[in-house]
Design a binder for this molecule. Structure first.
Ligand SMILES: Nc1nc2c(ncn2[C@@H]2O[C@H](COP(=O)(O)OP(=O)(O)OP(=O)(O)O)[C@@H](O)[C@H]2O)c(=O)[nH]1
Ligand SMILES: [Mg+2]
Length: 203
């Protein structure tokens, strides 16, 4: 009887959603905080500090001249993709001097979005390297800032020297549906990678 009882308790109830952790990474000022805020159904936690005159030589504002603040620890948001699937989003700080926080944030992450700005594609190299090295499935999402010529996803794959399986999508971080589609792409890619690892192709 005691065993049967314990077994029953181990079954996840249908009403209990699965919670997954995703990271939103990328270079400085690519729209990470914007994306988390756009999709989050709770008021996102932000850790913004004003950009200062002192930081001017290192904080490259080309293309985002209107930017007044920067993330110094993380962004946090939540979105329910389906009634049985909740995503917790952790936006990373974009500036190199906060790299030490990434290992903490990456713990237990199912996958990641690497946001990129095609005007400054090189700024996301470090994030791509980071996830490749750790085997964390990621998707590159190109944030299409207004008035900027779009590059085809294939060109981004080539420029970033991505493995052919890594999805590249175009998005607008300010549009909820667009941002949500990015997250769905990451979850599906991570699920496909996990399935591939469980059942390696017969050699
Ligand atoms: N036109 C346009 N502006 C955007 C878009 N996404 C973000 N922005 C603006 O770009 C600036 C940078 O956005 P953030 O979301 O703060 O960028 P971030 O990646 O979190 O920046 P850090 O945390 O400092 O690295 C802000 O002024 C946004 O309003 C977009 O898709 N189009
Ligand atoms: Mg930010």
């Amino acid at each position: 009887m005691a065993i049967a009882h314990a077994d029953r308790r181990r079954q996840p109830s249908a009403a209990e959603p699965v919670a997954l952790k995703l990271l939103v990474a990328g270079g400085f000022g690519v729209g990470k905080t914007t994306l988390v805020g756009t999709v989050s159904e709770i008021r996102p936690l932000r850790t913004e500090e004003a950009l200062s005159e002192v930081g001017r030589p290192v904080d490259d504002l080309a293309g985002v001249e209107g930017k007044r603040t920067t993330t110094v620890a993380m962004d946090f948001g939540r979105i329910t993709l389906r009634e049985d699937l909740v995503l917790y989003l952790f936006g990373t700080p974009g500036q190199d001097r906060f790299w030490f926080l990434w290992d903490e944030l990456a713990q237990g992450a199912l996958g990641a979005v690497v946001l990129a700005d095609t005007r400054r594609l090189q700024d996301c190299f470090a994030a791509v390297d980071y996830f490749e090295r750790r085997g964390i499935p990621f998707t590159v999402a190109v944030n299409c800032f207004d008035g900027v010529q779009l590059h085809a996803p294939e060109m981004v794959t080539e420029a970033l020297d991505l493995d052919p399986g890594v999805p590249v999508v175009l998005c607008d971080a300010r549009e909820r549906e667009s941002a949500k589609q990015v997250l769905i792409t990451v979850v599906e890619h991570a699920a496909a990678m996990a399935a591939g690892r469980r059942a390696p192709a017969a050699t």
